[in-house]
Design a protein around this ligand. Structure first.
Ligand SMILES: NC(=O)c1ccc[n+]([C@@H]2O[C@H](COP(=O)([O-])OP(=O)(O)OC[C@H]3O[C@@H](n4cnc5c(N)ncnc54)[C@H](OP(=O)(O)O)[C@@H]3O)[C@@H](O)[C@H]2O)c1
Length: 325
């Protein structure tokens, strides 16, 4: 009989969940099996996971019954939500409720919830340094995740609250890479002044999560934060210059300017970066590099990530305004 413990992984074809699946699948003798959850078992990415040895199960996190079936018999569940699919904190909360209900129903022994800070604990809604968005949030995609923590606690679920960091893949997929300005120079735009931004290779989130599952009870009921490095915009621009072989200048715009860029989510992200800038010691302090490296000794630095991925960063003409406002 197969004694391996099943870890059910939400978002298995995505960045965080995919990393969790690959970390478990690589550790053949580790005593764990992957149940990869996806809306489409026939997709190329789902089939790839199947080839690597995962059980692939269809689920929609908006369908509570499908989650209950997907968590049935699982020892562990990796839970993540997809704010940028719908931009709705209320929907995100409802999806977390579905996950917590399903984990309770299935008697899951260890949940890892990929969460973020509820920034309103530091910046209450009446604090005018940044605008209130959608009537009751400062950073909607952070606040909803932080508020949703209680949905696991209230149900008495054995949960580790995992604080993740800015993925460096945002430079590839999220339009945050350097842009060529009107003057022909390359600019890396971030509204962080001279403060440090914790960043991570998204694949490393999965490796850390697997290490947390393997630790058993050690991190149950705890909040743990992870990052590969804490870097200023200037340090990131210097690393980009080295990796791309072309000078990249740091364009330290203000959060107000960033919020005004006009792309979907610009205000949310402008507030997010302002929170990270204004509460640098809180935000970096919650994501210890020593702790992260102890969980995952292979943790990548920005430089090692760039060496592998630098050529995937598209260099576009500036959609983020490339001038030092
Ligand atoms: N970007 C960053 O720097 C960063 C940093 C920290 C935290 N985050 C947070 O990370 C979260 C996103 O995680 P990610 O980057 O791993 O996502 P992702 O790479 O965009 O992956 C999303 C995956 O989720 C699945 N999915 C989407 N809607 C679903 C649904 N209704 N039911 C079931 N599966 C669904 C999709 O798989 P199928 O199509 O196969 O179903 C897709 O592959 C966001 O909430 C974001 O706030 C992002």
């Amino acid at each position: 009989m197969d004694e391996k413990k099943i870890i059910a992984v939400i978002g298995a074809t995505g960045a965080q969940g995919g990393g969790v699946c690959r970390a478990i699948l690589k550790d053949v003798g580790g005593g764990y099996r992957v149940r990869a959850l996806t809306r489409n078992a026939g997709s190329g990415k789902a089939q790839e996971l199947k080839k690597l040895g995962a059980e692939v199960v269809e689920v929609d996190i908006d369908d509570a019954e499908s989650l209950k079936r997907a968590f049935h018999g699982a020892h562990g569940a990796f839970c993540v939500t997809f704010f940028w699919e719908h931009f709705s904190p209320e929907k995100e909360m409802a999806e977390v409720k579905n996950m917590a209900d399903a984990a309770k129903d299935a008697g899951v022994r260890h949940v890892i919830w990929s969460t973020l800070e509820d920034t309103r604990e530091w910046v209450p809604l009446d604090d005018r340094r940044m605008p209130t968005l959608m009537e009751k949030y400062k950073v909607p995609h952070f606040d909803a995740k932080g508020e949703a923590n209680r949905l696991f606690s209230e149900r008495g679920l054995p949960t580790t609250f995992l604080l993740t960091s800015f993925y460096w893949e945002n430079l590839i997929h999220f339009g945050m890479g350097p842009k060529r300005g009107e003057d022909g120079n390359l600019y890396f735009t971030l509204p962080m002044g001279d403060k440090k931004l914790p960043g991570i290779a998204s694949e490393d989130i999965g490796k850390c999560a697997y290490a947390i599952f393997r630790k058993g009870r050690e991190f149950i009921g705890k909040t743990v934060g992870i990052a590969g490095e804490h870097l200023t915009g200037g340090q990131m621009a210097a690393a980009l210059t080295k990796a791309l072989g072309q000078e990249v200048r740091y364009n330290a715009v203000s959060p107000e300017v960033f919020r005004g860029f006009g792309f979907p989510g610009a205000e949310d992200l402008g507030n997010m970066f302002q929170f990270k800038r204004d509460f640098e010691s809180v935000f970096c302090g919650a994501r210890s590099l020593v702790f992260s490296k102890a969980l995952n000794p292979a943790m990548q630095t920005f430089e090692t990530w760039l060496a592998e991925n630098g050529d995937r960063i598209p260099i576009e003409k500036g959609s983020l305004r490339a001038s030092g406002e």
